[in-house]
Design a protein around this ligand. Structure first.
Ligand code: SF4
Length: 355
């Protein structure tokens, strides 16, 4: 790295999976080079797990592993945000809120933490205060320059979300957004089965923790929908469908997404993917399972931890998809029988009029 070059390390974990397009636009516009940690591996999980108590949730273990990866690669300044609340009175879980303190307490290595607090429930902790706090740690205090960089961040972020909502895959939408491109994907392929995958971005878009669940389902001829395909209004409506007010910030991703897809006729089944050790999710899942029964939608709940084996994971996915295929086939045959019976009923009104 050149002398005087401004560099920030970003761990591939937690808010990275939703906010990276924004961070990319923002830091690049400020002339700050981003170094990402390597993709998650078994080693990332092992090194992260070794520093925290066993009961800690998997995403936090993975995040710690990514911080260690950046330190090992010689990155000094590492971005660790504390995202307290994303809207008035709507809070993140304590681990997300206290992320900088958690990292400081367990990673006893030499590095500089670029920490900042985003708390929309408090005065002076809004987005621009958050961005100012970050930029000032690189000696940038010109507010107009920071606002311009924020606009660049929003542009990349919005482009990414436009493409995701059009049904484009996460990876493809991310690649195009970082290149400053926007494409709308035309869905031409028809899928016999559609599933909604209900989880947090850090569980399902990390290919190691999710064991490439999107690719696996695609190979089984299943169309997969997630919260990324929904607007905020659709997710708020989903939360209301489950008879709930939102308190947890990531409730939108879980109950909002589940509520929306449970009502949707195009969805044949729901898969929830939760991390071992997650308190908020265990509460939300209970509610989703109860509602799935009410909506008569098949639901598969998968819990992941660092020991989850791929073979067992695939077997459960295959069994669930197979059951959905059989259910759908039976429904189609049933409808055909009803239709074929009705086609033999003579239309007496028509006969009378013509006589
Ligand atoms: S919401 Fe759950 S999985 Fe996410 S950081 Fe909090 S405890 Fe961990």
């Amino acid at each position: 790295m050149e002398n005087n070059e401004k560099v920030i390390g970003i761990p591939r974990g937690m808010s990275f999976y939703h906010n990276y397009p924004f961070y990319w636009g923002f830091f690049t516009d400020l002339g700050i080079k981003i170094v990402l940690s390597d993709m998650t591996t078994k080693q990332t999980m092992t090194s992260g797990s070794s520093l925290v108590v066993t009961e800690t949730c998997l995403p936090i273990k993975v995040y710690i592993g990514h911080v260690l990866n950046l330190i090992d690669r010689g990155v000094d300044k590492i971005f660790v945000p504390s995202i307290q609340s994303i809207a008035p009175k709507i809070y993140n879980c304590s681990k997300i809120r206290g992320l900088p303190d958690l990292v400081r307490n367990v990673v006893k290595k030499d590095f500089t933490m670029i920490e900042a607090t985003l708390d929309k429930s408090e005065k002076n902790h809004g987005l621009y205060d958050f961005l100012y706090e970050i930029a000032s740690q690189f000696g940038i205090t010109d507010t107009e320059r920071i606002k311009k960089a924020a606009k660049a961040g929003w542009r990349t972020y919005n482009n990414f979300h436009i493409m995701s909502k059009s049904g484009m895959s996460y990876k493809k939408a991310m690649n195009y957004a970082l290149q400053g491109k926007v494409f709308i994907e035309n869905q031409t392929k028809e899928y016999p089965i559609s599933i909604a995958l209900v989880s947090h971005g850090y569980n399902i878009f990390d290919e190691r923790t999710s064991m490439k669940i999107f690719d696996k389902l695609e190979k089984m001829d299943v169309k997969v929908y997630s919260s990324l395909n929904l607007s905020n209004e659709q997710m708020d409506d989903g939360i209301a469908a489950l008879g709930q007010d939102m308190y947890w910030a990531n409730e939108r991703e879980m109950t909002g997404c589940a509520g929306h897809y449970l009502k949707s006729a195009k969805i044949d089944g729901i898969i929830t993917l939760t991390a071992f050790g997650c308190g908020p999710d265990s509460l939300m899942i209970e509610r989703i399972i109860r509602k799935a029964k009410k909506f008569n939608k098949p639901l598969l709940n998968l819990t992941i931890d660092e020991q989850t084996g791929e073979a067992g994971f695939i077997t459960r996915l295959e069994a669930f998809v197979d059951m959905l295929f059989r259910k759908k086939r039976a429904k189609i045959i049933n409808n055909m029988e009803i239709n074929s019976e009705s086609s033999y009923i003579p239309n007496t009104n028509y006969i009378e009029v013509n006589n």
